[in-house]
Design a protein around this ligand. Structure first.
Ligand code: PEP
Length: 245
């Protein structure tokens, strides 16, 4: 699994139960690869379990166990067979004020529970215009990975998701993604001594740009938001990345 490309579908808070049920009729039949990880809104997760693809949370709590009303702990997730979680998505960093310290606590708690983590990092348009991309990525990475041993880092995948590319149709260029993926790998190597960090790209990936994006050699797959909620678009992306690999 470590060398195979993955496609992560972040369904965010999209779809009501009727739409989910239509979605699942197609997805459960057509998606037969463990390289696909679907992250539904938590209340719908039971409908997605026990299929041939994997299921992940969109977020998880800072402690493995305990009384925390409204949260989902990593231990609860693994007890249900959910072994993936997204952490640090920009929609949570921005709308829920999640900071690097909180994200680091979530990382540690999730790895202790043996979850695989998709850690999202990325710069805003203002940071990009001020040429602060590398500085922001370094800060987000170093803080999020603080205290994680090399063993734990095997369970982490970094999703480079420029905030300006999410849901905007402004996909990052091939050059930008290649350069940034190398930079992320270098920082993780320098800072944590771990050479083989996997990096995936997210931000307006769709059925039209996937062929070109999939040519990028130094990334291990894609995080797909909007297009993952449309079965035709999502299946085209999956076909390109994991079926025709
Ligand atoms: C996301 O939400 O992580 C994402 C990449 O969204 P989109 O594909 O819609 O840009």
């Amino acid at each position: 699994m470590e060398n195979e490309k993955i496609v992560v579908g972040n369904l965010k808070t999209k779809m009501n139960i009727e739409e989910i049920s239509q979605y699942l009729k197609v997805i459960n039949k057509e998606v037969i690869s463990e390289q696909v990880i679907i992250c539904p809104t938590s209340i719908y997760i039971p409908y997605f379990l026990k299929q041939r693809y994997k299921v992940g949370l969109q977020n998880t709590f800072i402690n493995e166990d305990g009384p925390y009303t409204g949260e989902i702990t990593p231990n609860q997730a693994t007890s249900m067979g959910i072994h993936y979680t997204i952490i640090g998505h920009s929609e949570r960093r921005i709308n829920l004020n999640e900071d690097d310290e909180l994200i680091n606590k979530k990382m540690i708690s999730a790895v202790k529970s043996n979850m695989n983590i998709i850690l999202c990092i990325g710069e805003t348009i203002e940071e990009k215009q001020m040429l602060k991309t590398d500085m922001v990525l370094r800060r987000q990475l170093v803080n999020a990975l603080n205290g994680l041993s090399i063993d734990m880092l095997h369970n982490v995948i970094i999703a480079y998701e420029p905030v300006w590319a999410i849901g905007t149709n402004n996909v990052a260029s091939i050059k930008e993604i290649e350069r940034t993926a190398n930079y992320i790998k270098m920082i993780v190597h320098q800072n944590r001594g771990y050479k083989n960090m996997r990096v995936i790209y997210g931000g307006s990936v769709n059925e039209q740009n996937i062929k070109e994006l999939n040519q990028i050699k130094n990334i291990s797959g894609f995080l797909v938001g909007g297009a993952s909620t449309d079965t035709d678009k999502f299946l085209s992306i999956i076909n390109e990345v994991v079926v025709n690999q």
